[in-house]
Ligand binder design. Structure first.
Ligand code: BYC
Length: 324
């Protein structure tokens, strides 16, 4: 719920301190900030940064699985994969719309993505050499996304929080389809089982990196949590994800590639090995295995389809003129 907008005198000076006080009260009460409410510039900028990165991740995230659309092993698998990849496009669109409510311009955000001024999730810079990767992305990557995004349904910014509700419902379907695909492969031939294990070995550690750097090396967390944009710290969500994934791996019959992974009986949580943060830093600074390919494709899609945008814009302008 948002608080009523603070009345501003028509021509008088803006009382920033009073506006800030009201903003703080809305956040402290756990209510929502809406697009027309006053907000501190840092809050707006942080939201644009996170929402834009999130939107870019959804759009770039179409590529690794999209690579399998033409060679899915059956019509059923192709239909499921097509629906999933289309869902990711939809998520990107809701998120760009949410960023627009903060004054961002969609074309400008795309430009910042392809000129590397804004980031997207590290996870989408890894290749998908086998069909088991499609299943593992559904299970692990969408599983991590759910862990991270369910709390964002309670984010303090209304449009972002509301977008997350639908996104999470769809991610939940995505995760199940991935798990079902892997279950089917695990009931198949020894080669199929080996293919699943190989994909798990490649995706496990990168999926842990999706939650971001450790809390003591996360420059944005404290302020984002104080503003209610993030509800939990990176390490907290990573731990939840590990605890959730271990029993799922057991049911599936795969081994998670971490010899240090063990249940701590004292806490009921799993201890796990050290994450390779150098690899993470390399990937987010553009040197991951597939960064160049992902950006080149996004750039080509923008440039090759510019005529569609131009035609649609001209058509909308004509309609608006006819209606006037
Ligand atoms: N990858 O201070 P920190 C999906 C950056 S798509 C890249 O902890 P923050 C799906 C971070 O941005 C779901 N960069 O930051 C789609 C910051 O850099 P800048 C994607 C990362 O924002 C298709 C710096 O590192 N999910 O599910 O407080 C198919 C310091 O980090 C990463 C979201 O976008 C990373 N992994 O926390 C299948 C969730 N981690 O901006 C599935 C929304 C950190 O200062 N985002 N960085 O230059 C968030 O929840 C938060 O932004 C994060 C990071 C937890 C990711």
């Amino acid at each position: 719920m948002s608080a009523p907008a603070l009345e501003r005198p028509a021509d008088g000076p803006v009382d920033t301190a009073a506006l800030q006080q009201q903003f703080d009260a809305v956040i402290a009460a756990g209510h929502r900030i809406e697009p027309r409410d006053w907000m501190p510039e840092g809050y707006r900028k942080t939201l644009i940064r996170q929402i834009a990165q999130h939107a870019h991740s959804e759009i770039i995230g179409m590529q690794p699985e999209g690579d399998w659309l033409l060679s899915a092993p059956s019509l059923r698998r192709k239909a499921i994969l097509l629906a999933k990849v289309q869902d990711e496009a939809g998520h990107g669109m809701y998120l760009y719309s949410a960023a627009e409510t903060l004054g961002a311009d969609r074309a400008d955000l795309t430009d910042k993505l392809i000129t590397r001024k804004q980031k997207y999730s590290s996870i989408f810079n890894y290749p998908t050499p086998t069909y088991a990767d499609v299943g593992v992305i559904g299970w692990l990557v969408d599983g991590a996304a759910i862990c991270n995004q369910v709390p964002l349904c309670r984010s303090s910014y209304g449009p972002y929080a509301r977008a997350m509700i639908r996104v999470c419902k769809e991610e939940s379907f995505h995760q199940r389809q991935g798990y079902e695909l892997l279950m089917t492969m695990m009931r198949g031939t020894p080669e199929q089982r080996a293919m699943v294990q190989d994909a798990v070995d490649r995706w496990w550690w990168p999926s842990l990196m999706m939650f971001g750097p450790p809390d003591d090396d996360s420059p944005n967390s404290a302020q984002s949590m104080a503003w209610g944009i993030k509800r939990h710290s990176n390490d907290e969500l990573r731990q939840r994800y590990v605890d959730m994934s271990v029993p799922q791996a057991e049911v599936l019959g795969v081994t998670l590639p971490d010899p240090e992974l063990a249940l701590d009986p004292a806490t009921g949580r799993h201890r796990f090995g050290a994450i390779d943060w150098d690899e993470f830093k390399q990937v987010i600074s553009g040197s991951g295995p597939a960064n160049a390919e992902r950006i080149a494709r996004r750039r080509a899609a923008r440039d090759d389809n510019a005529w569609v945008t131009e035609a649609a814009t001209a058509y909308a302008a004509k309609h608006a003129a006819d209606a006037a």
